[in-house]
Design a protein around this ligand. Structure first.
Ligand code: ZN
Ligand code: ZN
Length: 286
């Protein structure tokens, strides 16, 4: 699998001089397999640039939404595939007890929040509520689970051959803990992250900032490192950066955490434009 980060910012798009290296666009990650099949994780503002780079012979694209917070859907109506009759577009997302997924997406893509209605923008768009904990999209095996974040929010584990990528951009697994994680079985998202090759995970706050944001649905970078360690992830991408964090702040935050915790996994900063190849067979432990 090839993974490309298109949007790594959390909460609000934050363009500008001080965020241009890590990027100001909100959550969007692209996964492709060797046949060229494209799976997109979230439709934050980063999806607009992805739309400009799609191969001309692409005939189908699938978008998995973790949840419906604005920073994860705001780019949807600006995604070129929706307007291209040559491309069959499918959106997958969490169920809710109140409205269908289509009704919830339409709340944004309709007046007065958007000038035209979703059915006018994309008459052939196919929308699916996640059918169960495990399902297939083409050659990708998808595992999903509700995770700790306000409103129904899914984490995803995408498997292809022996490789796995886990995506949890908004997640607070340490909520309610007074010390470290007790065990995997009692930790939100653990099953999805267990022994994953690549964990793309919420790291919105510094340890100090988290103290005043407990329960907001996001993680301190130190809790994220501890979660990756607990799960046995091989590589971590700290993701969903706080809008107030500049490039220099993020460099410092990530370096300081690596120095302090000496993780057993590789840390790849969540910088928009980064490409990561996953799929080499992992060496057996011991
Ligand atoms: Zn978010
Ligand atoms: Zn959210």
């Amino acid at each position: 699998m090839n993974v490309q980060l298109w949007g790594t910012r959390g909460s609000l798009a934050t363009p500008g001089e001080f965020t241009k290296r890590y990027g100001g666009d909100t959550s969007c990650v692209e996964i492709t397999d060797s046949s060229g099949a494209v799976l997109v994780l979230d439709a934050g503002t980063g999806i607009r640039a992805l739309g400009q780079e799609l191969p001309p012979d692409l005939r189908r694209i699938d978008i998995l939404l973790t949840h419906l917070h604005m920073d994860h859907i705001q780019g949807l109506a600006f995604f070129s595939a929706l307007f291209n009759p040559q491309i069959e577009t499918h959106i997958w997302g969490p169920r809710s007890t109140t409205l269908t997924l289509r009704e919830r997406i339409t709340r944004y893509v309709s007046p007065p929040l958007f000038p035209v209605h979703l059915r006018e923008v994309a008459p052939d768009l196919q929308i699916h509520e996640i059918p169960g904990r495990e399902f297939e999209i083409g050659t990708f095996h998808v595992c999903s689970e509700l995770i700790c974040h306000p409103n129904p929010t899914l984490g995803y584990r995408i498997e292809h051959g022996s490789a796995a990528v886990t995506y949890m951009p908004d997640h607070e697994p340490a909520l309610g803990l007074t010390g470290g994680y007790v065990s995997g079985d009692w930790t939100s998202g653990y099953r999805l992250a267990q022994e994953t090759d690549l964990l793309i995970h919420d790291a919105q706050y510094s340890r100090q900032e988290y103290v005043t944001h407990v329960g907001w649905g996001h993680s301190s970078i130190e809790d994220t490192f501890a979660f990756a360690e607990l799960a046995g992830a091989a590589q971590l991408v700290p993701f969903h950066h706080d809008p107030s964090h500049s490039d220099a702040d993020l460099d410092e935050l990530i370096l300081r955490t690596v120095d302090k915790l000496s993780p057993s996994f590789t840390v790849t900063p969540g910088i928009a434009g980064t490409r990561i190849q996953i799929g080499q067979t992992r060496e057996p432990d011991g």
